[in-house]
Design a protein around this ligand. Structure first.
Ligand code: ADP
Length: 253
């Protein structure tokens, strides 16, 4: 019989203080963001964040349907988080489950703080978040890409929302847990920030931290958010630069 590891017998940080994937305590997994990857959506983005691969499509603002969902004073944001059946090791049963419903709700609420929803009464802004490959941290990867896709759709916002997580493994507070760390660590704290206003728009805790550890975790994520926010901007610039050079190419022909 194969014994599954327990919290105590799996070492996640070695003698040199490095994690099993070679990262330091304050190091993110590699992140790559691409904008405008879908032709039919109003806005779209694709993110690779460590082993996570997430695609986001935005539609709207468009008339909210059914009509009774309309809010006469603002737009409603409908984020729908979905994990593909092939996104995890064991086939995931397709369709929404409690977890997906919860994640969709917290992502919608986080985005609502950033978007100027009052400019679009009676409409909905639909944000489809499709997790193609999951390796822990999919909600924050999805949220980070969703903000970029909203900008790509031309939707006015205070600033892009940035997702990030910190956690606790082998009793130490570290940034951005991967799947192994999430499974065998002691705590995970996904959060989302609006850098311009310094608002925290999502904060969830799994496991437990001391007050001091919690502060350290928030601090680590806040620092990382500045870096991730720049990646979002660079991804948008890259799209519009390549469009510009295409247009120039056409003009000179
Ligand atoms: P997040 O992906 O935001 O960290 P969780 O903490 O709920 O959300 O999940 C951590 C990881 O556990 C996911 O990224 C995924 O790799 C895995 N996971 C979640 N749900 C399932 C599932 N139904 N089947 C298999 N693996 C799952």
């Amino acid at each position: 019989m194969i014994e599954l590891g327990t919290q105590s017998d799996i070492k996640l940080i070695n003698e040199e203080g490095l994690r099993n994937d070679g990262r330091k305590f304050n190091e993110l997994r590699p992140i790559r963001i691409e904008v405008g990857v879908l032709n039919r959506a109003d806005g779209s983005a694709y993110i690779e964040w460590g082993g996570n691969k997430v695609l986001v499509a935005v539609y709207g603002p468009r008339e909210a349907f059914p009509k009774h969902t309309q809010n006469p004073s603002r737009a409603i944001i409908n984020a729908r988080y979905n994990m593909a059946a092939f996104s995890v090791d064991e086939r995931k049963r397709p369709g929404p489950d409690r977890r997906a419903i919860e994640i969709s709700k917290v992502i919608s609420e986080a985005l609502e703080v950033a978007v100027f929803t009052e400019q679009f009464p009676r409409t909905s802004i639909d944000v489809y978040i499709e997790v193609l490959q999951a390796d822990a941290g999919t909600r924050i990867a999805g949220l980070t890409a969703a903000s970029v896709a909203l900008v790509d759709a031309g939707i006015p916002m205070k600033d892009m929302v940035v997702g990030c997580a910190a956690g606790k493994i082998d009793g130490k507070v570290v940034l951005d847990l991967n799947k192994e760390e999430d499974n065998f660590g002691q705590a995970d704290l996904p959060m989302a920030i609006i850098p311009r206003t310094d608002e925290i728009v999502l904060l969830q805790m799994d496991g437990n931290f001391s007050r001091e550890e919690l502060e350290q975790a928030v601090e680590l994520s806040k620092k990382a958010a500045t870096y991730i926010s720049n990646l979002q901007r660079e991804a948008l610039m890259a799209k519009y630069k390549s469009q510009e050079s295409e247009k120039e190419g056409e003009r000179s022909e």
